[in-house]
Design a protein around this ligand. Structure first.
Ligand code: GUN
Length: 287
């Protein structure tokens, strides 16, 4: 039987520590503020954005949402980003993805100033992460690393297999795990003999968005399983990428869905907003 990694509880603890930090900033007259841009009305994004606003409220971060029409032109989106870059009351900017296909999301991410890049998606943040400098790290990978740290799961010399190569999760995770001295393999839709990789993995991090894709016969005993997937099964139930019920019997540690990585992602966004605010007021705070 595996240890269940309780992301919900850990995220709650992190949010409560961040609230203390946020209160200290407020005592100095600084109110951290997050601006969230959503284009169109993607139902999943609406849920994510709502959860982000609830978390901001709990921590004491001011939250402002910009809902843009699905037909907006690229230049108008970029204009809003530039306006928020120059707005001194805004400390973090988040462009919720996905956005409609006629828009270029990479160009939009690139327009966000590095100082307010709480998602860690700008080329400056990604580049700094790759050379091991302190920077904003994408929230889900950062949440996964915090889980390893909290549960004393040492990645030094371990075989970590990441399933999925998205810019949001898989790719930044490569760097995060490398920094912890893991041997990292990334599997994706073109990978041959996927099971050969998963079967020798000490740690599997799955972020592919396929319900119950990772089954017990694909993993070795005592594997550590981090399930980033949030999917609906045939009955509409929320499930991860991993067949939790059966894989749990072989694993040493495993994250549940829901209550695993999801709450950590949002807690890390709060972490990054406070980090950005402190950085922007470094001199005033004499840090
Ligand atoms: N869409 C799904 N996950 C994320 C995320 O972490 N950040 C943003 N901006 N959009 C997302």
């Amino acid at each position: 039987m595996a240890v269940i990694i309780d992301g919900k509880n850990l995220a709650k603890k992190i949010r409560s520590n961040l609230k203390v930090e946020c209160d200290k900033l407020k005592e100095k007259g600084i109110i951290p503020k997050l601006a969230v841009i959503m284009v169109g009305d993607n139902p999943a994004s609406k849920v994510y954005v709502k959860n982000k606003s609830i978390a901001c409220n709990e921590v004491g971060i001011e939250y402002k949402e910009y809902l843009l029409d699905a037909n907006i032109k690229q230049e108008n989106l970029l204009d809003l980003i530039k306006k928020l870059n120059n707005d001194e009351t805004v400390n973090g900017i988040l462009l919720q993805s996905p956005i409609p296909e006629h828009l270029n999301i990479n160009e939009a991410f690139k327009a966000i100033t590095y100082l307010k890049d709480v998602d860690g998606f700008t080329p400056s943040s990604v580049g700094k992460l790759c050379i091991g400098e302190d920077t904003f790290v994408s929230c889900t990978p950062l949440g996964v690393i915090k889980m390893f740290e909290e549960y004393n799961i040492d990645l030094n010399g371990k075989d970590v297999v990441i399933l999925g190569r998205s810019n949001i999760v898989g790719r930044p995770l490569i760097q995060c795990c490398l920094q912890k001295n893991a041997t990292v393999t990334v599997c994706h839709s073109k990978t041959k003999s996927l099971e050969e990789h998963t079967k020798r993995a000490d740690v599997i991090i799955s972020a592919i968005g396929k319900p119950k894709f990772v089954t017990a016969d694909m993993v070795k005993n005592n594997v550590v399983i981090i399930d980033v997937g949030i999917n609906r099964d045939e009955n509409g139930k929320l499930v991860g990428d991993v067949d939790f019920e059966n894989v749990e019997k072989k694993a040493s540690y495993i994250t549940p869905v829901p209550g695993g990585v999801g709450p950590m992602t949002i807690a890390m966004l709060m972490n990054n907003v406070i980090k950005a605010t402190k950085e922007q007021y470094k001199e005033k705070l004499m840090l």
